[in-house]
Design a protein around this ligand. Structure first.
Ligand SMILES: NC(=O)c1ccc[n+]([C@@H]2O[C@H](COP(=O)([O-])OP(=O)(O)OC[C@H]3O[C@@H](n4cnc5c(N)ncnc54)[C@H](O)[C@@H]3O)[C@@H](O)[C@H]2O)c1
Length: 386
């Protein structure tokens, strides 16, 4: 088995999920590479050192450039805030490293395009962590749609609801709150939460041609943690949009951090000519399925428990009937990345795939700002509305 030395940038929420995935993958999946937790990088050496000791990283760096330049590192994994993604990814690609990057790829599509160009020019394997594709139930939904079980698709409905920014006392910016600082995050819930919904939707139902959106910033000024001053809030707190897919189906998408009682409720429902599917992150191992072709007397919504060995990824885990959880989606993503590497390719979503999500989020923000329908960019570097 070949060793793959990992350089991890960031030790926060995603630094933990990724470190766990690299540590666990060889215990459960037969792949020809063995990730080694070589170096973790964050600006605070003591805290990065404590993280390294807990997870087994061999060395610590405080400047990501040292990771990118190190001849010891094969793969640079970017798990730091959105404003760092482009610079690190481009430098890593130019240094000939494989690159994994957290979502959203860049803060906007123009930034993401520079990243796509860099990995393509360097011909380095690359992937973006849109991990919900690897929930076994979501992967199974993809298989059912591709098999034609639903028939022609009429409707796609997705929501991602949270409630953690309702207090006007919450500051913006800095550690833990960079998501509220538009310069760091790029946008609010559109690039953070809706990006997940859009990536899944593009994967399950194909491209989106046009959108009509509205966004709102409910709390318009907040103290900034880095300047100490009360400053305007530049992010969208809530975002909702109508969309038309290339296949003729219609969609509604909604994300907010102001839905009291909801912590991370991602749901989608797809209605086709023959059948419908509903999925809910709070019950992530189940698919709700209705098939109109069932015999009338027993026809109804089925709740399918996605834990059998013939369900995606599940033969690698425990025994039928026992479920897995959120952290496993990252392990699946690493397993697929390493399997693709063995075949000399990149696993989806690549940087190029993730750019398509940014074209949609850019169109959503432009539509909301201009109060009009916006055509989603279909080709790189060309803006259909320009
Ligand atoms: N795939 C998902 O479901 C998912 C979930 C959460 C976050 N994310 C994405 O992951 C990324 C990180 O989010 P998070 O929630 O882990 O954030 P976090 O605030 O928990 O952690 C960020 C980490 O980055 C480090 N960091 C910041 N600037 C740095 C720099 N210049 N150099 C090196 N390290 C630096 C911080 O020290 C911290 O360890 C974001 O892009 C976010 O959108 C994705």
């Amino acid at each position: 088995m070949k060793k793959l030395n990992v350089g991890m940038i960031g030790y926060g929420f995603m630094g933990r999920t990724h470190s766990n995935a690299f540590s666990q993958v060889n215990h459960f999946f037969d792949v020809s590479y063995r990730p080694v937790l070589k170096t973790v990088c964050a600006r605070n050496r003591d805290r990065a050192g404590a993280f390294a000791a807990r997870w087994g990283y061999e060395t610590v760096e405080t400047d990501w450039r040292a990771v990118v330049e190190s001849p010891e590192i094969d793969l640079v994994d970017i798990a730091s805030p959105n404003d760092t993604h482009a610079e690190i990814a481009i430098a890593a690609a130019q240094a000939g490293k494989m690159v994994m990057c957290e979502k959203p790829l860049g803060r906007n599509a123009a930034e993401s395009e520079t990243m796509v160009r860099a990995v393509e020019a360097a011909k380095v394997p690359n992937m973006v962590w849109y991990n919900y594709r690897r929930v076994p139930a979501v992967t199974l939904a993809k298989q059912w749609i591709d098999e034609g079980r639903l028939g022609r698709i009429f409707h796609y409905r997705a929501k991602f609801l949270q409630d953690w920014t309702i207090s006007s006392d919450l500051p913006q910016g800095g550690e833990g709150l960079w998501r509220l600082d538009v310069n760091v995050a790029g946008s609010g819930v559109t690039g953070d939460l809706l990006a997940h919904c859009i990536d899944t939707a593009l994967w399950l139902n194909g491209g989106i041609s046009e959108v009509s959106a509205m966004t709102e910033t409910f709390i318009k000024i907040r103290k900034h943690n880095l300047t100490g001053k009360v400053e305007p809030v530049g992010i969208d707190d809530a975002s909702a949009f109508l969309a038309r897919f290339h296949n003729g189906s219609l969609a509604t998408f909604e994300a907010t951090r102001y839905a009291r009682g909801h912590k991370a409720l991602y749901t989608f429902e797809i209605n086709g000519e023959h059948a419908s599917i509903f999925w809910d992150l709070h019950d992530l191992h189940r698919l709700q399925y209705f098939d109109h072709r069932d015999e009338g007397a027993t026809r109804g919504w089925r709740s399918v428990h996605i834990t059998d060995s013939d369900h995606p990824y599940m033969k690698n885990w425990w025994v039928p009937g026992l479920q897995i959880g959120y952290e496993h989606t990252f392990i699946h993503q690493v397993a697929d990345f390493l399997a693709a590497l063995g075949e000399g390719t990149s696993a989806a979503p690549t940087f190029g795939d993730a750019l398509l999500t940014d074209y949609v989020t850019d169109a959503v923000l432009a539509s909301a700002a201009g109060r009009r329908w916006v055509t989603v960019r279909a080709e790189r570097g060309k803006d259909a509305n320009a």
